[in-house]
Design a protein around this ligand. Sequence first.
Ligand code: SF4
Length: 404
Amino acid sequence: MPRFDLSLLEHAQKVPGKPRHKTREVRVGDLVFGGDNPIWVQSMTTTDTFDVEATIAQIHLLEEAGCELVRVTVPKPEDAGALSKIRERISIPLICDIHFDYKMALAALDHPVDKIRINPGNIGSNDRFRQVVRKAKDRGIPMRIGVNAGSLERDLCEKYEFPCPPAMVESALRYIEIAESEGYDQIIISLKSSDVLVAVDAYRLFAKLADYPTHIGITEAGKPPYAVTKSAAGLSPILLDGIGDTIRISLLGDPVPEIAAAFDILQATQRRVRRPELIACPTCGRLAIDLEKIIAELEVRLKGKQLPVKISVLGCVVNGPGEAKEADIGIAAGNGQGMIFRNGEMVRRVPEAEIVDALMVELADWEKANAHRLVSPGKPLAQKGVEGIGRRKLPVVAGENPRR
Ligand code: SF4
């Protein structure tokens, strides 16, 4: 009798990863959420919304960082009054964020906002929620129903004993049902918790029961750098399961770093690749080249390149050739030289001082050879189906995902 049963491996999927969870599509401004569309990166301002200049200044900083839609809080009538002025002067969709007071939701919907976020659990009654839904429907504005473990309805907390994943999902389904009964389905759902385990299970459970797009995030993650690690720990399982259509990283303080953190998590989970993936070893006593110097130089030369290419640069021949063969372009160092790999084949050797130049030449060739597969030059990585990286990647072109 063999020690291990290998028959399971024969039938196991060789190309790793799961396809995106199938959801319906919901339009927010000029962005479409769900389906095969990119997972959009969003953030939220920390200014008083009625302070139009300060709010716009912060939104412009977020836009520069790559933020694709932005939320502002609307706790008072003067905040609602500022929404039109803000919307006029920004170029990304604007979301109004409402808690407690449904009248603020109704007031905000008088302005040209692109989406409303409401937490039905804290606005008092289903009738109030219906009033907001009816107005959103009349105005053609989509809505995020934001369920939060910290403000779950009392009856659900009693039924399930505490704000657990099933309680959160039942809350979301309850409000979806009410909205649908009003003939409204322009809905995005969030199931936020500051507890990673609760959030992961809630999103997984919801995806089994419904096909609405989801906004994912670990709420109140706290202060970076731990908050980024915690967000990555919580969002990665969700993303790797194919769940999530827009992402927000909640960091204490300045929201601008949220954007880079969100894109890093999307890049690492290969759900939205927007720059070259650089594989570099940690170095050790076997190191045969000045790897830190080479990587620093490469980072500068690769800045701004929006290419879904995997480049491996390893410091010796232990793992170098193996990694290089799996990358689009690779270097394995040895004896002050670099062996250059392209598409899994060793093509030449160069002296250490020429490694970076040689990699850039290979990259230019790769770009030329793959030009037909990169959609919409100028905006190549914000298109449908752009996932995965490396030689065994998911497709980097618009169109059918063969793994669906
Ligand atoms: Fe060390 Fe070589 Fe591994 Fe780099 S690739 S960590 S130098 S053994």
